[in-house]
Design a protein around this ligand. Structure first.
Ligand code: ZN
Length: 333
């Protein structure tokens, strides 16, 4: 058993309370490798933004759980080295799908876990979520739960259709499970293809797809039921057109990739939405930068020469999100 407190990490409780009060959101960035982690920590340290490092089950399988934990511990020390005196870094399990996986992460130094039982019937979702909460809270680890179903694909979580969260269920769910935050479904979606062209309209000037707006009426109804309760948005990448264009320009093929417009995320961040998950955007930045190097310098075979530019572009993306979308800069001096 390793406590996250020994690793210098923090749970989400205070982060979320401050974010709701301050009208901003905490970035939750997924990481799978060293370059991504370096970019996240540099961006967070330079902007003094609290940050949630997210590890999915897929990342855990990809990078090895022991290595990931030490990387997170290393991230805290790296942040201090960069001059961030009191780093506010949370290590969070993204989309835990079983009690055993959540328990293993709690025991392994995570400061926060998500139990995603949203695909189960309502009562089973409550029972499993409560079981995880009861265990995690013994160690002061915070728990995110989910109600409603997002469309799209993220690692092993996939669903064809979305079901909005039902506002009439949230009080019962939060009360009976004791969860610390709630991921809801209001039209965000996992992956780089959040909407089909049929769901979108086309901008007559550029020919680009314009996605349908998020269901802010559902969000408002949820906030009315649960005033001041931390709300989480998954699947909130914006799929920046510049990266999609770069990928396509340098030999990739991402037709009609579309995400959530940033102005909608800004609006959400100002509400009780206090954690916004961004994964696909950094995957796109990474891939765009690597493709550019390969296209321009076909003789290049030193991974540092293409992973380095990828890291720089991700760092730029993370800073942009922190400062211009989430508003979390300067909130963890
Ligand atoms: Zn998710």
């Amino acid at each position: 058993m390793v406590s996250y407190k020994e690793l210098g990490l923090v749970n989400t409780r205070e982060m979320f309370a401050k974010a709701i009060k301050g009208g901003y959101a905490i970035p939750a960035f997924n990481f799978n490798n060293m370059e991504q982690l370096q970019a996240i920590i540099k961006a967070s340290a330079e902007t003094k933004s609290p940050v949630i490092l997210q590890v999915s089950k897929g990342a855990r399988n990809y990078a090895n759980q022991t290595l990931l934990r030490y990387m997170a511990q290393g991230a805290v020390e790296y942040a201090k080295e960069l001059g961030w005196e009191h780093p506010q870094i949370c290590l969070h399990l993204d989309h835990g799908d079983s009690f055993e996986l959540c328990k293993s992460c709690v025991d392994f130094g995570f400061s926060s876990v998500m139990i995603d039982a949203s695909s189960l019937p309502y009562e089973e979702n409550i029972a499993l979520t409560k079981k995880v909460v009861d265990y995690a809270h013994q160690y002061d680890v915070t728990v995110e739960a989910e109600l409603g179903v997002l469309a799209g694909v993220e690692d092993e979580v996939a669903s064809e259709v979305s079901h909005y969260t039902k506002p009439e269920e949230v009080v019962d769910f939060a009360t009976r499970t004791g969860c610390d935050s709630l991921a809801i479904s209001i039209g965000t979606s996992h992956g780089a293809y959040k909407f089909t062209p049929e769901q979108c309209t086309r901008d007559p000037k550029t020919g680009k797809l314009v996605p349908p707006p998020l269901a802010f009426d559902v969000l408002d109804a949820i906030m009315e039921q649960l005033p001041g309760f931390p709300i989480v948005l998954h699947g909130s990448s914006s799929v920046p057109q510049e990266y999609v264009d770069m990928i396509n320009q340098y030999g990739g093929k991402l037709p009609d990739a579309v995400g959530i417009p940033e102005e909608q995320l800004r609006k959400a961040a100002a509400s009780a939405v206090c954690k916004i998950n961004i994964d696909s955007d950094s995957r796109l930045a990474f891939t765009a930068a690597v493709r550019k190097v390969f296209a321009e310098k076909p003789g290049e075979f030193d991974p540092r020469k293409y992973c380095g530019p990828a890291r720089d572009l991700m760092e730029e993306l993370y800073k942009h999100k922190i400062i211009n979308v989430l508003g979390s800069d300067g909130k963890a001096e």
